[in-house]
Design a protein around this ligand. Structure first.
Ligand code: AMP
Ligand code: ZN
Length: 324
């Protein structure tokens, strides 16, 4: 039998599409693929995700958050390859070597492929470092980082005239976040699990085109497409509950192929439609920040404006280095 070009081993599997030697097993789809047909299959999944949720419309201009990790690098390539108008935004959080390396990888790709890229720093946007913001915030690092990222994605999109903000969140991200939300019955967060959130006053549409593909599939695709990406985990991301949930779902997936898809995609199809009244009610309770106009549940300024104000007024203790 022919040797698999990817692994160099003699394959025992046949590609479900061309019946040629297959190096890639896809138990979740009850299939196996050669490199070429895996790429086609992956692209079809992304296309299906985009179409099923009506993510992009004629004349849209997309702001894609690019971290330098595999997911956003893959999304960058695929959306651009589809002929969509994509502007990338990289936020440098100032996490030492990790952030330096991430910015380097993103800049190198933009230069090589001649893609528009905007780079902003946490300090430049917030007026304080991440450490300083963390000290005055009651939130854990990942929650603070996520809030600030979402806020600046929206604000930068509006500033640059983009109509949609896209991120590289994949099936593992969404399934693990959903598991966390459900375990604690955080029903107020369920709306954020939608792969496409419609635009509103002062808010651009938000989409997650990779919501149908897994971590592993995206890593494989990035490798096959020859994309350089940062493998290192964020120095703050250790012991985060989400990682625990991700690991748990991965273990379950090995026993029960496609359990992640059944959980998250099943939630989208079966449970979400019934929640629209709840979402409308939550929407109704939203206010606007008097400082920046961002939507908020708070009565006064939004979380980010409050944080900026508090951080600016706090005594400037020297920063600690981020965890190694
Ligand atoms: P994460 O929460 O790190 O898994 O990131 C989820 C998504 O948010 C990524 O796929 C990116 O689209 C976006 N993102 C994360 N970090 C950054 C960053 N530093 N700059 C721009 N976008 C980011
Ligand atoms: Zn605000």
């Amino acid at each position: 039998m022919d040797r698999c070009e990817r692994t160099g081993r003699t394959p025992v599997m046949k590609c479900s599409v061309c019946r040629g030697p297959a190096g890639i097993r896809a138990p979740r789809h009850n299939a196996a693929f050669c490199d070429l047909h895996f790429r086609e299959h992956f692209l079809r999944q992304v296309q299906r995700a985009i179409e099923s949720r009506d993510m992009f419309r004629e004349g849209d201009s997309i702001l894609l958050g690019v971290s330098g990790g595999k997911d956003s690098m893959v999304a960058w390539e695929i959306l651009t390859g589809m002929g969509l108008e994509v502007q990338a935004l990289h936020l440098n959080h100032g996490f030492g070597p990790y952030s330096e390396r991430s910015e380097e990888v993103v800049r190198a790709h933009a230069a090589r492929a001649a893609r528009p890229l905007e780079v902003r720093s946490f300090r430049g946007l917030m007026g304080v470092t991440f450490e300083q913001a963390l000290r005055v915030s009651a939130r854990p690092a990942c929650s603070l980082c996520g809030t600030v990222k979402r806020y600046w994605m929206n604000r930068t999109a509006l500033e640059l005239g983009c109509t949609v903000a896209a991120t590289g969140h994949n099936l593992d991200d969404e399934a693990s976040a959903l598991l966390g939300n459900v375990l604690h019955w955080q029903t107020g967060y369920l709306r954020s699990r939608l792969p496409a959130l419609p635009e509103g006053e002062g808010m651009v549409r938000k989409v997650k085109p990779l919501f149908r593909v897994t971590d592993e599939e995206t890593r494989l695709y990035a490798g096959l497409a020859g994309l350089e990406f940062v493998e290192d985990a964020c120095p703050y991301a250790e012991n985060v509950t989400t990682h625990y949930y991700k690991g748990l779902l991965e273990r379950m997936e090995r026993e029960f192929p496609n359990i992640k898809g059944a959980f998250y995609l099943g939630f989208l199809d079966r449970l979400l439609p019934g929640l629209s009244a709840e979402f409308r009610r939550a929407e109704h309770e939203m206010r606007r920040c008097p400082e920046c106009g961002y939507r908020t549940l708070r009565e006064g300024r939004c979380t980010v404006c409050t944080l900026k104000e508090r951080a600016a007024g706090s005594p400037g203790k020297p920063d600690r280095a981020p965890p190694a």
